[in-house]
Design a protein around this ligand. Sequence first.
Ligand SMILES: NC(=O)c1ccc[n+]([C@@H]2O[C@H](COP(=O)([O-])OP(=O)(O)OC[C@H]3O[C@@H](n4cnc5c(N)ncnc54)[C@H](OP(=O)(O)O)[C@@H]3O)[C@@H](O)[C@H]2O)c1
Ligand SMILES: [Zn+2]
Length: 346
Amino acid sequence: MRGFGFMEHGGTDRLAYVEIPEPAPGPEEVRIRVRAAAFNHLDRFTLGGIPGVPIALPHVLGSDGSGTVDQVGEGVRDLPVGTKVLLNPGMWDGTCPACVAGNEALCRNYRILGEHTQGSMAPFVVVPRRNVHPLPDGMTFVEGAAAPLVFLTSWRALSTVGAVRPGERVAVVGAGGGVPTAAVQVAKLLGARVAVVSRSASKEDRARAIGADAFLVISENRPLDRALWEWSEKNGVDVILDSVGAPTLPRSIRALARGGRVVVMGATGGATAELDVRTLFWRQASIRGTTMSSRAEFLEVYQHLAEGRLKAVVDTAVPFARAEEAFRRFDAPDLFGKIVVQDPPG
Ligand SMILES: NC(=O)c1ccc[n+]([C@@H]2O[C@H](COP(=O)([O-])OP(=O)(O)OC[C@H]3O[C@@H](n4cnc5c(N)ncnc54)[C@H](OP(=O)(O)O)[C@@H]3O)[C@@H](O)[C@H]2O)c1
Ligand SMILES: [Zn+2]
């Protein structure tokens, strides 16, 4: 079958449609006929090559997907062929101490669809039964593909790791990526007052439309810490979700309230930052890392999506034949939400 990915690691010039064998479901696995698949920043890292993550080439990208059940493997009895579904992109072994304790995000064998395995950007994808969930009523395939990864990550980041409490001030660094458009909604749902920090004023209306209470444009003259200090009326911010990394993290730390938390889950702008350690103990602040989610966290966020309290923001949804062009939207300054491709033929 023909998927979208690459033959060898590199930059976007390596993106290609590639041939891989049609997968067959093993025991407790399900084969999905993909109807929509969404890109994540992770696809860029996978394309570039991630140290310590060897992958088979050619490789098909895509951690997020939705579609219909096409075949089920031995032992799967509760999922009729034809059921409309969406996928949880995180996979765990279910047997290590973290899994047994219900903290699958810390699984020593944690894997992500499309990173460690062939991904969703193909006519068919095979995943464990426990990663397959009915597409909620009223949700389109495009929304079902756009939502999971960014919402499950934002949910764990803010609810569990950030421990956001109602009434706290939360800042989301960046406006337009998939993570910010999910995180703003999650922070509002948790009862926080939410500011979005962006380099570009043009996204303000869209950020406010999904719940942002404040939109702060940052620049050299008005850096992030100053903007957040003003917004918080010199109290500091309780929780800052910073996935930009080097260019913003030191300033995020300076903008914290006493007892504040910076939650990090990405390093889009660079991975190495300097930090004044004193800021942490003076403020009794902390930096907390997070990745993906546990099964319970996924199910919580799934319920909110199913009942309409959270909703995927879709920037672009295009036919599969335009996947390469769609991928390039990651670099568009006006990007706002998820990039989705539809209906891979085959
Ligand atoms: N650990 C995990 O489980 C996990 C899961 C999902 C995502 N992530 C990571 O989280 C990050 C966010 O992902 P995303 O899909 O939302 O995409 P993204 O492309 O990183 O977008 C996030 C936003 O960051 C801002 N930004 C980007 N570069 C910047 C820079 N140099 N300086 C200041 N702001 C900058 C942009 O906002 P403005 O243009 O509005 O300023 C952009 O819209 C990625 O690094 C991704 O790998 C991690
Ligand atoms: Zn495990």
